[in-house]
Write a protein that binds this ligand. Structure first.
Ligand code: HPA
Length: 235
């Protein structure tokens, strides 16, 4: 047990999928894993461990934003030995070429700041995905025929952003989508020699204002979970 995770030693798999929403962790575990068992519910942050094609997998919520993700990812890696961590989440589209329901696989994550900012000070560290996971995820998405984009994303600290000019600069520089967690996941994985990737579903679009209706979310999110699982075990 750690401060924020109630799982016993051995109850967390080396491969961990990380949705922001704890209820999505439950949905993904019940939909895709065999014999999913609840291993954490401290503060309502649900984690489940089961198997996928015989491979042990944990699906654990992170909450929203990098400070929350940082707590869970630090404990999962340092105390439970997680080695492959894949964020499965939603993002807002930032390019005309990106449509709602498409999948974005994040090669890099730009940020204004992360919980690791204090370490880097004047250095602009470039958080990047693990290449083997990225490569395998791109292959899995191609095999499924899922419309997929690979490139840079923006990990913002705010959902209700009072600085629309920053989003405009991200769009101008080719950033595909905005979310709130990946940059710190990639940074922590780099620090602790783990592998990380973010596979995201475009749930809304900053340029068009379109948003995925809640009843249509499940199918799109399902593709993302399968891509993440295939990537984890084919890399
Ligand atoms: N902004 C930040 N995070 C998000 C968004 C957004 O528009 N959509 C999904 N996650």
């Amino acid at each position: 047990m750690t401060v924020h995770i109630g799982a016993k030693p051995g109850q967390i798999a080396e491969t961990v999928l990380l949705p922001g929403d704890p209820y999505r962790a439950r949905w993904a575990a019940e939909t895709f894993l065999d014999e999913p068992a609840l291993v954490n519910e401290v503060r309502g942050m649900l984690g489940f461990t089961g198997t996928w094609k015989g491979n042990p997998v944990t699906i654990h919520g992170t909450g929203m934003g990098m400070p929350s993700l940082s707590i869970y990812v630090n404990e999962l890696i340092r105390d439970y030995g997680a080695k492959t961590l894949i964020r499965i989440g939603s993002c807002g589209g930032m390019q005309d070429s990106v449509a709602v329901r498409d999948v974005i696989i994040a090669m890099t994550a730009t940020s204004l700041s992360t919980p690791s900012r204090g370490i880097f000070k004047e250095v602009n560290f470039a958080p990047c995905a693990d290449w083997s996971l990225l490569n395998a995820a791109v292959s899995a998405a191609a095999a499924k025929g899922t419309p997929t984009h690979v490139g840079g994303i923006y990990s913002s600290d705010v959902f209700y952003d009072e600085r629309p000019d920053l989003n405009e600069q991200m769009t101008r520089h080719g950033i595909l989508g905005v979310e709130m967690e990946a940059a710190e996941l990639y940074t922590l994985a780099a620090r602790h020699k783990a592998r990380a990737l973010a596979v995201l579903t475009v749930s809304d679009h900053l340029l068009t204002g379109e948003a995925l209706p809640s009843d249509q979310r499940e199918k799109s999110f399902g593709d993302m979970v399968e891509i993440a699982l295939e990537a984890a075990f084919n890399s």
